[in-house]
Design a binder for this molecule. Structure first.
Ligand code: ZN
Length: 338
């Protein structure tokens, strides 16, 4: 009951990459980098297990950014042709690689890191891949001229990758779709179809993570424009409830998401965000327990997976570790009452 998990990323040790930064540069190269990524994975697995996290991840220690990690293995994406573009409806600018031709997966992207991670934990393992809409929104396009068509090609590439990762022993494949909170019409028009194409034929659990972003300045400013009640989920959850996705991850803690939206996901397992990643305050176990109890007014405990709101990569290691421990301890408090 109430198995805990994290949205995905964890801070990287300072010997691997510059800390508390998105898109941080690696400290090493080549074989030394690969060895350091493996060592960092052992650290984050240990930290999650020690904190009582049930469904662990490798903390995305092998990728520089949650979107571009997967794209490094993609034919048709030119990383040398970077363009500064506005992403997430111009919420912020990023130097994005350019799509210069039809996209196809050249070779397995994450197989090696997943095999390593799988071999080093007995816990259930989750692996995160960016969703098609979020990928499309984080690239400059010089080929397709049609976001839906480009997304469908990426969905096929994700599917090929996901099938291999499942065969390596991944228990949950999670697609990260923060863009679902931005392009509400497109979610209905083609976003869900793209997700279905990405998970086609998978036997493992499938999940989608939809959030309001990391706790960076641009996101905090954006959130101020969203009013007293954030209603984006009201549009997407009824569509997801009808979908073949097993689990939905959403932001709750410290946010203005009205909790009754949870009822729109009836029939799904819900990764309830009970840890706020946009604050340096480390929750107490009791605060986490209260967040879980609040969700239980709308969702049966059997369908609740206590989780973080989003990735923790921009936080300090100390704060992230504290939040992991609070998550594990807070879920244990509620579990003891049930
Ligand atoms: Zn997120």
């Amino acid at each position: 009951m109430l198995p805990t998990t994290i949205a995905g990323s964890l801070p990287k040790p300072a010997w691997l990459a510059e800390p508390e930064k998105l898109w941080a540069a690696w400290r090493l190269t080549g074989d030394e980098l690969r060895q350091a990524q493996r060592d960092a994975t052992l650290v984050v697995l240990h930290e999650q297990e020690a904190a009582g996290i049930d469904i662990v991840s490798n903390g995305e220690q092998f990728r520089q950014h949650f979107v571009h990690g997967f794209l490094t293995g993609m034919e048709g994406v030119d990383f040398n042709k970077r363009k500064r573009i506005g992403i997430r409806d111009n919420r912020y600018e990023a130097d994005c690689p350019t799509v210069v031709g039809p996209v196809r997966r050249r070779a397995p992207v994450h197989a090696e890191e997943v095999a390593f991670t799988r071999a080093n934990t007995h816990q259930r393992l989750k692996f995160t891949i960016p969703g098609p809409m979020t990928i499309v929104d984080t690239l400059a396009d010089a080929h397709y001229g049609d976001r839906a068509a480009m997304a469908m090609d990426f969905a096929l590439a994700i599917n090929a990758e996901a099938r291999e990762l499942e065969a390596l022993g991944v228990d949950v494949i999670q697609l990260d779709e923060p863009a679902f909170n931005v392009y509400l019409d497109e979610v209905a028009e083609w976003g869900i179809d793209a997700l279905h194409r990405a998970i086609d034929g998978l036997q493992c659990k499938t999940a989608v993570h939809i959030c309001y972003g990391y706790g960076i300045e641009e996101n905090l400013t954006w959130k101020k424009t969203l009013g007293d009640a954030w209603r984006q989920y009201e549009r997407t959850f009824p569509l997801l409830a009808e979908s073949r996705i097993d689990q939905v991850s959403l932001e709750c803690a410290g946010s203005r998401v009205p909790l009754p939206v949870l009822e729109l996901l009836r029939g799904k397992d819900i990764m309830v965000g009970v840890i706020d990643v946009a604050t340096e305050h480390v929750e107490t176990p009791e605060e986490v327990a209260n967040n879980i109890r609040a969700a239980m007014q709308y969702v049966a405990p059997a369908n609740i997976i206590p989780c973080t709101n989003c990735g923790m990569v921009p936080l300090s290691r100390e704060i992230a570790r504290g939040k992991l421990e609070a998550l594990g301890a807070g879920a244990a408090l509620v579990r003891a009452e049930l």
